[in-house]
Write a protein that binds this ligand. Sequence first.
Ligand code: 5GP
Ligand code: MN
Length: 316
Amino acid sequence: MNTLDNILEEINKAESIVILTHENPDGDAIGSGLALYNALKQIGKNPDIIIPEYPRTFEFLPGSNEIKKESNVEKYDLAISVDCATIKMLNGFANYFENAKVKVSIDHHSTNTMFGDLNYVSPDAPACAQILLVVFEYFKIEVTKDIGTCILAGIITDTGGFKYSGVTSETFEFVAWLLEKGINVSKIYRKVLQTKTRANFELNRIAINRLEFFEDGKVAFTYITKEDEESVNAESGDHEGIVETGRDIEGVEVSIFVRETDKGCKVSMRSNEYVNVSDVCLLLGGGGHIRAAGATMQCTIEQAKEKILRQIKSVI
Ligand code: 5GP
Ligand code: MN
């Protein structure tokens, strides 16, 4: 039996299942979670999906109105974590995972710590949602329009709209297949990537004004404070995309964005061609992918900036 056989066996056996994902969930986290939620319902299961807070942008995804903020089930038979590299990133909701009788992690981060009893991790996949396509095919679960929509939202988010290097021919085959099914791909694309909230725009404006260059223009650095977020009435996810602004500037190899939160400084790092930001973020206590990674640092923004720039100096 391989891992997927084992996971299917646990799904079939379980009477209570909970689906979880990482804190500050993005489109891949929510899309993967809801794709799995819809798929499990389709095969007669009645899972819970718990995501305490997520950006309004994703309210169009099928099943999102059934997302729970918490649950009073103390011990689920099965917990499945999607798109999450470490138990720490499940945040306050790790207890549902830790208390479950059987724990499964389905993910695409190379820095995944294999924190499940069963781990299905494919670091080559550009999005966790794309792994689910393989999983559902193996489980013989039909990918309906609803499931396809959730998966597409995940893929579009994590590939930056099919433009990052992780995109494979399977990605485009899947999109072609969705188009044949009559799914409005461009509408989903627009909803996921092009609809900015006003607060997101205002935060971007602040971050752009503050952006500084280092290492002969190869490094871009910017940040936002809690006060900034309060001043624009920011909601969950309104900081998304700010780190991309620096990366898109000619000559920049690494873009760094630091966000002050109650839990410390959240660092987002992106690179273009040669710096492995996952390695850099591992040294800062985080992780991620080669071209997109992050970490949480317990210090001030100034201290974080100094530490990060010191690490970057040796790899740029
Ligand atoms: P983002 O910058 O969008 O928050 O995160 C980029 C990537 O790095 C995501 O795949 C995310 O899961 C990962 N990442 C962000 N912060 C952390 C962290 O503190 N620890 C680990 N292991 N991965 C992180
Ligand atoms: Mn992902």
